[in-house]
Design a protein around this ligand. Structure first.
Ligand SMILES: N[C@@H](CCC(=O)N[C@@H](CS)C(=O)NCC(=O)O)C(=O)O
Length: 282
């Protein structure tokens, strides 16, 4: 990938057209690695050179894998709140030596990671809290302190409980070697367990949050809606439909209606198309 295509500066508004070409190419590359439906790591790599945004601060660097929900949520928040940024796509399949220093040196060697001047922050919820504190006065978290804290709590729950169930227990053991148990029967049991947990969480969202509210924290959309929705989207890897949870289904289409949603989910969409076409020819 050439350097220009690997960088996106959040200072100028993004259009689908601007982003389409590099994202699609990367998603297609990712999908091609799924020939056997299982793969050990997610893809995408690039090199980058820090640029200036015309202000005294350099853009925030976001190291990401675009089909990973926490990375999407952080990128989405930066776009939505006009935080100048540069994206650096990470390809874990290329081996440790190909990783940028900041990822290699990070103890968990996981993305998302942001670098903002002297600050290095990792893990989706912590990065969002940092950005909300540093750049936005907590815009997108709700107006009152109570709503703000509810948003933080839901983001934290989504990143741990919900993603564990949806991603690590249900979806990823069916697609990614890294998350597949060596014993086939144990892996099946894990997937079964993940599916039960997913149903439980969907029931909870349906009955305890969305039966009476338009969004998870009330009448306004917050980052909590985005975080939960982008995790639930991972179920689309298996073509899962949410029609048994009508409030969740309607809420999801409201959340997807946000500006920048399609830009941030473009790799996800390309990946789904690729999975569908593989299923047709298998
Ligand atoms: N708790 C972290 C987990 C991050 C995580 O697992 N990220 C994946 C994104 S693909 C990763 O970096 N995996 C490293 C690898 O595949 O080697 C978060 O959600 O922010």
């Amino acid at each position: 990938m050439d350097e220009e295509n690997s960088k996106e500066n959040g200072e100028t508004p993004h259009s689908d057209t601007d982003d389409e070409e590099p994202i699609d190419r990367e998603a297609a590359h990712f999908a091609s690695k799924f020939a056997s439906r299982r793969h050990s790591a997610m893809v995408f790599s690039s090199s980058m050179k820090a640029g200036h945004n015309g202000f005294h601060r350099r853009p925030v660097e976001l190291y990401l894998v675009r089909i990973y929900p926490a990375c999407r949520a952080v990128w989405f928040y930066m776009l939505q709140h006009n935080i100048p940024h540069i994206l650096v796509d990470i390809d874990f399949s290329q081996g440790e030596s190909q990783l940028p220093d900041v990822v290699r040196k990070q103890p968990h060697r996981e993305v998302p990671i942001i670098v903002d001047g002297d600050f290095v922050v990792f893990d989706g919820p912590a990065i969002l809290t940092y950005l909300a504190t540093t750049y936005t006065h907590h815009a997108g978290y709700g107006i009152t302190m109570q709503t703000r804290m509810l948003s933080e709590s839901i983001v934290s729950w989504a990143n741990s409980e919900l993603h564990r169930a949806v991603g690590f227990n249900y979806i990823y053991p069916q697609f990614l070697d890294k998350y597949t148990l060596p014993d086939e029967r144990a892996n099946e049991a894990l997937i079964e367990h993940g599916l039960k947990q997913l149903s439980h969480h969907l029931e909870l969202l349906e009955m305890k949050y969305l039966e009476k509210s338009t969004f998870l924290t009330g009448n306004r959309i917050t980052i909590a809606d985005t975080y939960v929705a982008t995790i639930l989207l991972q179920t689309e890897w298996l073509g899962t439909k949410l029609s048994m949870w009508p409030h969740v289904e309607k809420w999801l289409s409201r959340v997807k209606n946000q500006v920048f949603w399609d830009v941030v989910h473009s790799s996800h969409t390309v990946f789904l198309r690729e999975l569908e076409s593989r299923a047709l020819f298998d």
